[in-house]
Design a protein around this ligand. Structure first.
Ligand code: FEO
Length: 176
């Protein structure tokens, strides 16, 4: 197979940067939840951060496997403060929708380049985004119900539930 084209490799390097930024952002959200004494939510975001790191590594490894040059781009400082757990969950949902758009643009580029191997690799990300958006949306919906007298009770129940979440895959090691 021919090595990956420069345009495709560059676009994948940019995507790896976004995945690593997602990891950084979710780790910042985890720290916010730890500071607000919601350890279950902090665990949820920590697990998400590990999964995003794995996504970035998956792309990094793929570029190298295809004979391209994996270039590490600068990662921005993520947001530090949020107004409420709902605000964080909404930000996660919005961020995942943005990432879905980026993945779909990569699929379009791979199709334009006639790069079938990259198209195939990206299908995993297309499916993953469906799941990530659904999970974030579910938590947004639950948090919207946290209002009124029973609000705090529901919030702590949700916190306990999220405290049990584990990563789907061990990060980094299972990158391929
Ligand atoms: Fe790797 Fe949540 O996008």
């Amino acid at each position: 197979m021919a090595p990956i084209g420069d345009r495709m490799a560059e676009a994948l390097n940019v995507q790896a940067k976004w995945e690593l930024f997602s990891s950084y952002l979710y780790l910042a959200m985890s720290a916010y939840f730890s500071a607000t004494k919601l350890p279950g939510f902090a665990n949820w975001m920590r697990v998400q951060a590990q999964e995003e790191l794995m996504h970035g590594m998956k792309i990094f490894d793929y570029v190298i496997e295809r004979g391209g040059r994996a270039e590490l781009l600068a990662i921005d400082k993520p947001q530090f403060e949020w107004g409420s757990p709902l605000e964080v969950a909404e930000a996660v949902y919005d961020h995942e929708k943005k990432v879905t758009g980026l993945i779909h643009a990569l699929v379009d580029l791979a199709a334009e380049e006639g790069d079938h191997a990259t198209l195939n690799m990206l299908q995993w990300f297309v499916s993953e985004q469906v799941e990530e958006e659904a999970n974030a949306s579910e938590i947004v919906e639950k948090l919207r119900m946290v209002s009124g007298d029973r609000g705090i009770g529901v919030l702590y129940m949700l916190d306990r539930d999220l405290g049990g979440r584990l990563p789907k895959l061990a990060p980094v090691v299972a990158a391929k």
